[in-house]
Design a protein around this ligand. Structure first.
Ligand SMILES: [Zn+2]
Length: 184
């Protein structure tokens, strides 16, 4: 390994430790900016590799949005909630399911589903357990490429209104993802 590479690796490790320390004391940004209902589930620069609603002959309609982060691979709870399920599915890989009660924060759309559920697929780390309460901005997992319905490291992030198997909606209705260049 040459000097430059070694330096980059070292900086990467320091940044990772710093981020983990920050997350553990909940000093990550916790407010939803610009009137959006939820925070982004990722931090920093990212690209959207597939939008909600795209049809694929193999997988059917895309029920979420696929996010490929550039630097940071932690997954953050976008809103306070309760961990309803974690586990492994051969298609989704390691996954997390959270229920949220959006309440008054759901003014952005002018529509108030009683519950909003979010799902996170293809993780390679799960840091929460079923039944646990999480707060907005808390680190819950790590983005990976697990499961067969995955063609490269990314987060499949999904929002369903009114229950785990409720209506899948475009996450952009809840979160201002922009083009991925905006921070948080
Ligand atoms: Zn997806």
């Amino acid at each position: 390994m040459n000097d430059k590479k070694e330096k980059i690796v070292k900086v990467g490790v320091i940044v990772a430790l710093l981020m983990a320390a920050m997350a553990s004391v909940s000093v990550m940004p916790i407010q939803a900016a610009n009137g959006q209902i939820m925070n982004k589930p990722v931090y920093g620069t990212f690209t959207v590799s597939q939008e909600f609603g795209v049809y694929n002959p193999t997988y059917g309609w895309h029920t979420g949005i696929d996010i490929v982060p550039k630097y940071y691979y932690w997954v953050f709870a976008p809103l306070d909630g309760k961990i309803e399920a974690t586990g492994y599915d051969w298609r989704a890989g390691d996954y997390i399911v959270i229920s949220h009660i959006p309440g008054d924060s759901n003014q952005y759309r002018g529509y108030y589903p009683s519950e909003v559920w979010t799902k996170y697929y293809h993780l390679d780390g799960i840091f929460v357990e079923q039944g646990e309460r999480v707060t907005r901005g808390q680190v819950i997992g790590h983005i990976g490429d697990t499961g067969t319905w995955c063609t490269g490291t990314h987060l499949h992030f999904e929002i369903r209104e009114n229950g785990r198997y409720g209506t899948a909606v475009n996450p952009r209705e809840y979160i201002r993802f922009g083009d991925g260049k905006d921070i948080w």
